[in-house]
Each structure stands twice: as C-alpha cells, then as structure tokens.
Design a protein around this ligand. Structure first.
Ligand code: URA
Length: 211
C-alpha cells in the first residue's frame, strides 16, 4: 500500500517540473496535501502512453480504482471503454487520469460510497494534474464531468452549456467538455441510452479532431 510513509520527503520537489511521469507518480504516492490520503488505500495516478495525444480527465478514483491503484477500471471505466470503442478511440493510446488522486468516500456499513470532492481538495490535487499535462502535453484534453472541468478551467463550468465543442486550451491544444461516465450509470431507464449516445457523440468529436 502506498501513501502511508512519513510526510516531508516531497517538500523539496513541491511545484517541481518533473522529468518523467514516473517521478511525478512517485512523489504523488505520498502526497498529504489534503486529508483524503488518510482513509484512502493509495494514490491513483493517471496511466497511459507518456506522449498520448488525448488525455481523458475524470473526477477521482472509485472503490475499485482505490484498491487496484489504477484509474477507470470499475463500472464507470467499463462504460468508458465501451463508449471509446464506439467512438473509434482505442483506450490504449489515451492517457487516462483524474482531477483528484485519492478516493473520497463515506462508510455506509461495509460499503464505501463515493463522495464528491470539495473545491479545496481539487485545488490541492491540481499540482499532479498539471504535472501530467506538462509531461504528456496532449493535443486534446477531454474533461469528463464537473470536477474535472472545475480543475481544468479553474472555475465551475456548466457541462451542458459547454459540452461537445472544441475549445482552445493553450498551451495544450484543445479541450472538449462532456459528462462523466458515472453520470450515465445513474440516469434512469429510458433516458440512459439517449445520454449514452450523446456521450459517444462527444467522444466522436474528439476522435475526428485527432484524425
Ligand atoms: N470515476 C472517476 O472519475 N475516475 C475513476 O478512475 C473511476 C471512476
């Protein structure tokens, strides 16, 4: 389990420009810059090719991601994989990460239920997302949901109003806002298929932009 070593080692490289994703990931593994590290199992850093042209940004790891130490491997990740496939994007060529690198949850009996990260937690974690952006330097960032957009734009950004169009995201090329795949899992019955299709349509815009 990572993230339980004494604090302090990282102080010297705070705000550093890392030479590699591995160096950034190593430092993030003992981050204690907000309280979320304590109940979490480990830091879940992003993964994917170091020179990926597309970076997908979600909110925070969920229960399964927290245990496995990898982003988007649980139910939302499976839905994301399916939608990426339908949009013609191979997940293996994409860098996938989250705005917040620790799982925030509340215990309900034995179940760990997702809790939305606070703005202060998103702000504390921004250093890691910034390192990933700097190192991967993607041509296109796909911002999935409100927390990712809060981190990437530095302010609350309405999803419906901004989704599905390419916007300038200097110095990293462009950004595309869309919903978070977990939202799709919560949409009730008949509307779910329509919302899923809209999500795939947004991802197709990303796919076309990368052709
Ligand atoms: N939701 C996210 O935002 N990220 C994950 O890694 C899993 C679920």
């Amino acid at each position: 389990m990572a993230g339980k070593s004494p604090p302090g080692r990282r102080e010297a490289s705070r705000n550093a420009h890392y030479r590699s994703l591995k160096a950034a990931r190593d430092d993030a593994s003992d981050c204690r810059d907000c309280p979320l590290w304590k109940p979490a199992t480990q830091t879940v850093f992003g993964e994917g090719p170091a020179r990926a042209r597309i970076m997908l940004v979600g909110e925070q790891p969920g229960d399964q991601e927290d245990l496995a130490g990898r982003p988007f491997i649980g139910p939302a990740g499976k839905l994301l994989d399916r939608a990426l496939g339908e949009a013609g994007i191979d997940r293996r060529i994409v860098y996938v990460t989250n705005a917040v690198k620790h799982f925030k949850f509340e215990l309900r009996g034995k179940r760990r239920l997702h809790k939305k990260p606070a703005d202060a937690e998103i702000a504390a974690c921004l250093q890691w997302l910034q390192s990933e952006l700097e190192l991967v330097a993607p041509a296109l960032v796909v911002s999935m949901g409100a927390s990712a957009s809060r981190a990437l734009f530095g302010r609350a950004t309405p999803i419906e109003k901004n989704r599905g169009r390419l916007m300038d995201f200097a110095p990293y090329g462009q950004i595309l806002v869309t919903v978070h795949p977990s939202f799709l899992l919560r949409v009730p019955g008949p509307d779910r298929a329509r919302e899923y299709d809209r999500f795939v349509a947004d991802l197709r815009i990303a796919a076309r932009a990368m052709k």
